[in-house]
Design a protein around this ligand. Sequence first.
Ligand code: DGL
Length: 268
Amino acid sequence: MIGVFDSGLGGLTVLKSFLRVLPDYNYIYLGDSARAPYGGRSQDTIYRYTKEAVDFLFAQGCELIIIGCNSASAQALKKIQQEYLPKKYPGKNVLGVIRPLIEEITKDENIKRVGVIGTRATIESDAYKIELKKLNPDLEIFQTSAPLLVPLIEESWSKQPETKKILKKYLRPLKTKQVQVLIPACTHYPILFKEIKKIMTKRCLVLNSGEIIAQSLKDYLARHLEYKISPVKNVNVNFFTTDDTERFRAMAKKFLDVDVEKIEKVCL
Ligand code: DGL
């Protein structure tokens, strides 16, 4: 069973890609909506919350966990992998969303200028910048935090002219720097994918983050048979939220494009 964790609902865009690329697996999705958004929180808090989510998902029987949330991948994953797992869950693993995206960029040697847009927590961590520089020190990386986008998307304002204006304003500095590729480093941005592409024009490649993360998980599963995660005939996808299940259901329709039947409320 594969666990997918997010601060709330946005990670459903990641799960959607998993279900497309790896449809024959069992999943558990946990959204910590009661404490979302994580994007404006401190590293200590994000680490503590993420640790609790990891405990919950392993207790449910997950063999592997994917942190779909960029803010948690940026602020907590390293410490989870280096300190928490070896002590508490030796032999198990937790993956994030940063690695697949940066590997995709460094595959193309012609890319020199990279843009990153994300929440405050993601951008202030410099996680993308640090990891990209490790793989290619010659890259120039330009970053913008966009704290207004998550609430606008959750309020179903993604098609509103105000949102387009705000998005344009956030992207302008990256456009001015003539970035060749843009990382939409937040679970919610696939909802604005078309708009982002339009603003950045054909001169910039906007990464299809969900697809890249899902393909990378597919490769990972093929290389790591030790987790014994195999395709199943009758697929089960279970949903857990730390907040109201009805709101989760309504939003899941938007982010995941399916009617989610069973959702359980949990306390972490
Ligand atoms: N899931 C978060 C991320 O990808 C966005 C929402 C939040 O700030 O919690 O960074």
